[in-house]
Design a protein around this ligand. Sequence first.
Ligand code: CA
Length: 225
Amino acid sequence: MRILVVEDEPAMAESLSWGLEQDGYVVDVAATGEEGLWLAGETAPDVIILDVMLPGLNGYQVCERLRRQQVWTPILMLTAMDDDLDQTEGLDIGADDYLTKPFSYPVLLARLRALTRRGMRERPAVLTAAGLTLDPGSRTAARGDAELDLTGREVAVLEYLLRNQGRVVSKTELLDHCWDAAYDGGPAVVEVLVHRLRRKIDPASGPATILTVRGEGYLVRDETP
Ligand code: CA
């Protein structure tokens, strides 16, 4: 496994790469966003650890550019508690997960393993389900030829459900993946959002795209043959 660490603080970059190398990973380190973008192309890493606060291009901008270039390497973003940037921004622009500093090394390792287990296979440029399409690069969704007017959070939830077609996704899981880690509201906010999303994505008559599995969560059926 090859990991690209994009981190400008030398002590942090050094301890991360030392630890990861002890665990058998091959590690490349970039100290700026620009260098990270370049190395992502040069070294074809299996996963990228991307700090948000970087000089020059910040982590969000690096992530967005990679996704726009159709680079789908899993990205774990590192954020600081006092970042004034909204953490969900990371997911909205295509990061796979994020971890708030300070974090424990075993937690980082577990997240990395989860990300690499999800697979290196190239993600489809466009996600589809039942006449619905979602382009993760441009963050737009459409029903047939008609573009849908969705908020960033609605796109994030729909994208997560589409990426997990055929599997029941719990409200807690959606909260974990589509809301700020500091968000302390309950699952009711997920229900409200899914309700609104359904009205936007489904035709007035016809089957619902997002099914409710009572007591468990939501399901988008996998119709790929
Ligand atoms: Ca930093």
